[in-house]
Write a protein that binds this ligand. Structure first.
Ligand code: PLP
Length: 394
């Protein structure tokens, strides 16, 4: 009989979004005339920009012509795209070479698969609350996980403390779910911790495009020494609306070496063995994102979402509600008023003002008593939801 990976027993079924859907469906059934506003959406809503669509069309035509047809491409990604990504990093002062960049079908796959490079003996440091992929991909391997607490005192940006031990550290900034953005000093503390102990930081920068404050790092490599201790994951999902088109990239510096082994070489070996690359058509679409015109167009969409985030943040400030995020992030993480629990506040918003968010407790124990709102709805719906919130809580 095939013996199975029993660690899957420890990965709890994710009921968060199905529980939300159940309560929402019930509400809609009982209140058919009320307009529901969904502020829990973690997916983009604005379409691909024209520059990307044109590039996708042209590349599709090429694939239908024997003179320009392409079969398997390089597993690491076409040079035309990796060169553009390297130039994008150079645009804000980070020097990465093309052979340190690996194109993939999105950050989730790479964040989940990177566990292949590390042995089972490691202690994995994961902040709570958390994007569930970090936790579940390690639970599936039966790894030793050390959760560290995010809370109001550390503004949901935990840093290393006296006596903390760990070998792999997951950091996400701007953070999903909390919207918190690590400043330079806090990232320096993590880089120092990793360099001193030999740990490796796995830095998820999926939302870097939302950072407008120039003093906040968009890449871990803005911190001295990070190329010796960090891997960075990024994605076109939120940057350019690629959630359904699928393209991301991972940076592994050649100077990242442990036990005499290069993690860049290991990942290349891993990818050439288990991955056959992202389609030519999608990579041409992704290339268009990094042209001058493409950047101008995608930034308009980011500005649109940022405007919504600011409106939510301003409303919470007006209401005197504690929150993180919303300024350099599409997520807003608020403290439920009057000591309410996350699900209690969810039910109140749903039943009294027909607004849907995400209960913080769904992202970990430390999320209890907090609530996530997102900026991905339309401007009109966001404004309407905020009017209702003020009416309810003022
Ligand atoms: N990382 C974080 C923190 C995310 O929130 C998400 C998507 O919600 C991803 C990665 C996944 O990105 P992709 O669509 O590129 O797989």
């Amino acid at each position: 009989m095939a013996a199975l990976n029993k660690n899957y027993i420890n990965v709890s079924e994710s009921y968060l979004f199905s529980d939300i859907a159940k309560r929402v469906n019930e509400f809609v059934k009982n209140n058919p005339d009320k307009k529901l506003i969904k502020m829990g959406i973690g997916d983009v809503t604005r379409p691909l920009v024209k520059e990307v669509v044109d590039a996708l069309k042209t590349a599709s035509e090429e694939m239908g012509d024997s003179a320009t047809f392409r079969g398997y491409g390089p597993e690491q990604g076409y040079a035309f795209l990796r060169d553009k990504i390297a130039a994008y990093y150079a645009g804000y002062g980070v020097e990465i070479s093309s052979d340190e960049i690996f194109v993939s079908d999105g950050a989730k796959s790479d964040v989940g698969n990177i566990t292949d490079l590390f042995s089972n003996d490691n202690i994995i440091i994961i902040p709570d609350p958390v994007y569930p992929v970090y936790l579940d991909s390690n639970l599936m391997l039966g790894r030793n996980i050390k959760l560290i607490e995010g809370n109001e005192r550390n503004e949901f940006m935990p840093v290393p403390y006296e006596g903390l031990k760990g070998d792999i550290i997951y950091l996400c900034s701007p953070n999903n779910p909390t919207g918190a953005v690590y400043d330079r000093a806090r990232l320096e503390a993590w880089v120092k911790f990793a360099l001193d102990s030999g740990a490796v930081i796995l830095f998820d920068a999926a939302y870097e495009c939302f950072i407008k404050d120039k003093s906040l790092p968009r890449s871990i490599y803005e911190i001295a020494g990070a190329k010796e201790c960090a891997i960075e994951f990024c994605s076109l999902s939120k940057t350019a609306g690629f959630t359904g088109t699928r393209c991301g990239y991972t940076v592994i510096p050649k100077s990242l070496v442990r036990d005499g082994m290069s993690l860049n070489r290991m990942w290349l070996r891993r990818q050439t063995t288990k991955f056959n690359g992202v389609s030519y058509v999608v990579q041409k679409g992704a290339e268009a994102v990094f042209t001058i015109e493409g950047q101008k167009a995608v930034k308009e969409n980011i500005e649109y979402y940022s405007g919504n985030a600011k409106l939510i943040a301003d409303t919470l400030t007006e209401l005197g509600i504690w929150f993180t995020g919303g300024i350099n992030s599409p997520y807003i993480w608020l403290k439920c008023p009057d000591g309410m629990k996350s699900w209690e506040f969810f039910d109140k918003l749903l039943n009294e003002i027909a607004v849907v968010g995400t209960p913080g407790s769904g992202f970990g124990k430390c999320g209890e008593g907090y609530f996530r709102l997102t900026a991905f709805n339309t401007k009109e719906n966001t404004a309407e939801a905020m009017r209702r919130l003020v009416g309810l809580l003022k």
